[in-house]
Design a protein. Structure first.
Length: 142
């Protein structure tokens, strides 16, 4: 394993590290969760589809340059996992630390793959959701 690169032993570990890096505006920690692959994808809410490690790093660098720090509350998770792939979907409510204003909810999809260096993120897609998405009731199939 390359020096300085954490070994994530589960998709949940990667996801926790992703949101921690986001809240701390830590570009090195953020990029440590991503696969070093030119096929990785990031779609920010209302933004363009970004493909490749360099494009994604540049986008997060721009996001983190501001003085504002973000807090994310994730809810309503769903998980589909195989031995080598995991797909997590959730509702994210994003707010600015120190600001009383809560942003609109976001529907997020995170996709992880397991490789020789453990689990890594290959996709984060976040789309604006209707305001009532936060009160969404999980569906039960009978």
């Amino acid at each position: 394993m390359p020096p300085g690169k954490p070994m994530f032993t589960s998709p949940q570990d990667v996801e926790a590290a992703f949101y921690e890096a986001l809240e701390h505006a830590d570009i090195d920690a953020m990029m440590a969760v991503w696969a070093e692959d030119e096929e990785i994808v990031y779609v920010p809410p209302g933004g363009p589809r970004l493909v490749g490690y360099a494009a994604i790093r540049e986008a997060w660098t721009r996001i983190f340059k501001g003085d504002s720090r973000l807090r994310v509350q994730a809810s309503s998770p769903t998980v589909v996992q195989t031995p080598f792939t995991a797909v997590h979907t959730m509702i994210e409510v994003i707010s600015v630390v120190g600001d009383d204003v809560t942003r609109a909810p976001v529907v997020a999809t995170n996709v992880y793959v397991r490789g020789a260096l453990g689990w890594r993120m290959v996709l984060h897609h976040a789309s604006p959701a209707p305001p009532d998405a936060v009160n969404e009731t999980p569906k039960t199939l009978h």
